[in-house]
Design a protein around this ligand. Structure first.
Ligand code: SF4
Ligand code: SF4
Length: 447
């Protein structure tokens, strides 16, 4: 029986016999073959837009399978099974540092751990002026960032100063919840506490609060010279740049049905069943999400960078009722959106109309969830819709790239064809000249 201890500690999940590592959805290129033995940190797949996917353990590569991912937006992914049983442990691979920070972060597999799993290398630009480390958890049920803060309270500010120096960023802020543990200060790093009641955690709101800068939904923080990383991501960036260690897993919060909480360090690719076994939970289903744990997950769902909590409640909390159009969600939205209309479009499956209603501007701050008397999980619906729209956009971009590539290919084929036409005409003229010449020669001989 495992002891469920204080939530400020971090426990290690023992290595399970089988993992399933999610591959990127955007045309991944495998760097290994089925049956290969890979070591921890070895690159197993790359894609142009994402971070490299690294093997989290030493294991034997199996045949890819499709698995549900443990995240509230009902994603599935092609996953690469890795068998860890009866395999002699190999020394881990290290990150080969490059003078180009983006290349190093890509090769180290660093992605955001705040819920979006956005590749860290795509947030970095050389002209960034402000670094923000986001240690502000909006969901009071999730405490993995708080645990990281407690474990690294003495060194976090120094770590952030080191990251700022490595990335050549002149200013750095660590943003904490109002009730977070104290951390040791260091010169050059501001420590800011976010007041109670603020829609915590969302990076655009954080930037608005800390820097008084409004980032429109169609612009990125980097467009304004700002870079914001979750505390777990920041620690992984420091590990990559300072110790050449790749990102192979994350810390997540586990809540048992009896209310006990642990924070657990897991390699990417373990299943909810592995975590349930460790936490002594006998349930076939888990729920993803904190306060509104309504996204039910099968036991073989795969834990990946977006999984920040597994809530082993027996049933989904507070079954939602239909929208009664009370309008309570309207005044609380910091982006002046209309959650009730967005939700109606979501029910109709009308993503185009959701886009017209500024779905992109939704900060997923959960303020509308908090006031909804029908207990509708509006934010989960909007997060799923944003994911759906982003995937569709990515596909459109790819289709356009393929079309342009095809047209260029056709143009390249057309050039030799044109020359081939010219050559054929020239050859025909030469042949006719030769025939005419021969005829003239024959006529002269007969004379
Ligand atoms: S608060 Fe809930 S029930 Fe009321 S209008 Fe908004 S979505 Fe509908
Ligand atoms: S989660 Fe709700 S309140 Fe927050 S920005 Fe989105 S629609 Fe508005």
């Amino acid at each position: 029986m495992n002891t469920i201890n204080n939530a400020d500690n971090i426990l290690e999940l023992p290595l399970p016999p089988l993992l399933a590592v999610p591959l990127p959805t955007n045309r991944p290129r495998l760097e290994i073959e089925i049956g290969d033995v890979v070591c921890a940190g070895q690159t197993i797949a790359v894609s142009d837009a994402g971070a490299d996917v690294l093997s989290p353990v030493t294991g034997i590569v199996g045949v890819p399978v499709i698995r549900r991912l443990a995240s509230p937006i009902h994603e599935t992914a092609l996953c690469l099974p890795l068998t860890t049983e009866n395999v002699r442990k190999l020394p881990p691979a290290v990150v080969v540092l490059s003078p180009d920070i983006q290349v190093t972060l890509k090769k180290a597999g660093v992605v955001g751990l705040g819920g979006g799993a956005f590749p860290a290398w795509r947030k970095y630009r050389p002209q960034i002026k402000q670094l923000i480390i986001n240690a502000v958890e909006s969901d009071t049920h999730i405490c993995c960032d708080r645990a990281l803060l407690a474990v690294h309270r003495q060194t976090l500010a120094v770590t952030v100063a080191r990251i700022a120096y490595a990335l050549s960023v002149p200013a750095a802020i660590i943003a904490l919840r109002h009730d977070a543990p104290d951390i040791s200060p260091v010169e050059g790093v501001n420590i800011c506490r976010i007041p109670t009641g603020y829609a915590l955690g969302n990076e655009r709101l954080l930037v608005r609060h800390l820097l008084d800068t409004v980032i429109p939904s169609h612009e990125t923080l980097a467009d304004h010279g700002i870079m914001c990383f979750n505390i777990g991501t920041a620690l992984a960036i420091d590990d990559a740049l300072t110790n050449s260690k790749p990102m192979l897993g994350r810390v997540l919060t586990v809540r048992r049905p009896d209310g006990d909480v642990i924070n657990l360090r897991v390699p990417f690719g373990v299943s909810i069943r592995d975590v349930a076994t460790f936490a002594n939970v006998r349930t076939a289903m888990a729920h993803i999400g904190g306060r509104d744990a309504r996204a039910a997950m099968p036991a073989d769902a795969v834990i990946h960078a977006k999984t920040n909590i597994i809530n082993f409640c027996q049933t989904a909390q507070d079954t939602p009722l239909p929208c009664i159009r009370c309008g309570d969600c309207l005044p609380v939205c910091p982006e002046n959106l209309s959650p009730l209309h967005l939700y109606a479009d979501w029910r109709d499956g009308d993503f185009a109309r959701m886009e017209k209603r500024q779905l992109d501007a939704c900060l997923l701050c959960r303020r509308c969830d908090d006031v909804c008397p029908s207990n509708i999980s509006l934010t989960n619906a909007f997060a799923t819709a944003q994911h759906h729209v982003a995937v569709a956009r990515e596909k459109n971009v790819q289709t356009k790239q393929w079309q342009t590539r095809y047209e260029r290919h056709q143009q390249r084929l057309d050039v030799p064809r044109q020359f081939a036409g010219v050559n054929a005409a020239a050859r025909a003229a030469q042949a006719m000249n030769r025939v005419a010449k021969a005829k003239r020669a024959t006529a002269t001989t007969h004379k």
